[in-house]
Design a binder for this molecule. Structure first.
Ligand code: NDP
Length: 256
């Protein structure tokens, strides 16, 4: 059934060398997509490319720091030439975590988190627009966070990038629907990735957090990747402009 296949499609996934991004690359590849990905570390990227070759996935990669406008343009040039000007899927995943009490945040830190997490997602979507349109069936998925819905002490700037991303999802979903580009977003809760490794070693955090989550556990990268893949499949072709929490029920839990 073509509704459940990505065979013949092309995808750009930012931050595909670790955690959620890597799980997304592998899930999209399993559905048959050809993928280009990026990260900052050349060494990590090469390790992944070897792993994917052994798995028989069609994945290429380049080193790119998405906080840099010039590097974003180079990345999209690369995708354009590899995929012959046609891109079906853009996954805006790369981001950095950042925790600091609001009164301690420096202007430099603020700008760095904004450019890495939010400017990159907006600018890459802009740059991808002609390629997505040319594919005749485009899909953008933003990787946001429950921190875009909830107030979390020490996560004011990070949360602001994710809240803005949630709204960007709705705006682009309306603006680009006429070009047959759907735009959706997933907002994960705590997922076991290198990003949150320090938190997972903190016993007090683990106890408090799992108490708030009705499913009583953290999530796995593949549990996010599955929903992202669904949002890219033709099967979800009437889903547009949605922000879907993947959080074990944390954000709907009204119990103390
Ligand atoms: P990881 O830190 O485990 O992986 C991040 C990936 O992005 C790596 O491949 C990293 O490679 C890459 N990356 C980071 N910064 C840049 C950059 N400036 N340019 C290019 N690539 C970059 O993070 P997660 O997998 O946990 O997070 C993925 C997404 O999910 C993020 O948007 C995050 O905000 C979101 N999220 C994660 C949650 C969690 O609990 N893990 C919860 C909610 C949301 P490299 O370092 O080599 O650049």
């Amino acid at each position: 059934d073509d509704r459940w296949s990505l065979r013949g499609t092309t995808a750009l996934v930012t931050g595909g060398s670790k955690g959620i991004g890597r799980a997304i690359v592998e899930e999209l590849a399993r559905f048959g997509a050809a993928i280009h990905t990026c990260c900052r570390s050349e060494q990590e990227l090469n390790k992944c490319l070897q792993r994917w070759e052994a798995m028989n996935f069609t994945v290429t990669g380049s080193v790119c720091d998405v906080s840099s406008p010039v590097e974003r343009e180079n990345l999209m040039d690369k995708a354009r030439s590899i995929f012959d000007g046609k891109l079906n899927i853009l996954i805006n995943n790369a981001a950095i975590g950042y925790i600091n009490p609001a009164i301690k945040v420096t202007l430099e830190e603020y700008k760095h988190v904004m450019s890495t997490n939010l400017d990159s997602a907006f600018h890459l979507s802009q740059l991808a627009h002609p390629l997505l349109k040319a594919s005749a069936r485009g899909s953008i998925v933003f990787i946001s966070s429950v921190a875009g819905f909830l107030g979390i002490n020490t996560a004011s700037v990070y949360g602001a990038t994710k809240g803005a991303m949630n709204q960007l999802t709705r705006s682009l979903a309306c603006e680009w629907a006429k070009d047959n580009i759907r735009t959706n977003c997933v907002a994960p809760g705590v997922i076991r990735t290198p990003l949150v490794r320090p938190l997972l070693d903190n016993k007090e955090f683990v106890a408090k957090e799992t108490r708030r989550v009705p499913l009583r556990r953290f999530g796995e990268p593949k549990e996010v990747a599955a929903v992202v893949a669904f949002l890219c499949l033709p099967a979800s072709c009437y889903v547009n402009g949605q922000v879907i929490c993947i959080d074990g029920g944390k954000t709907i839990n009204g119990n103390l």
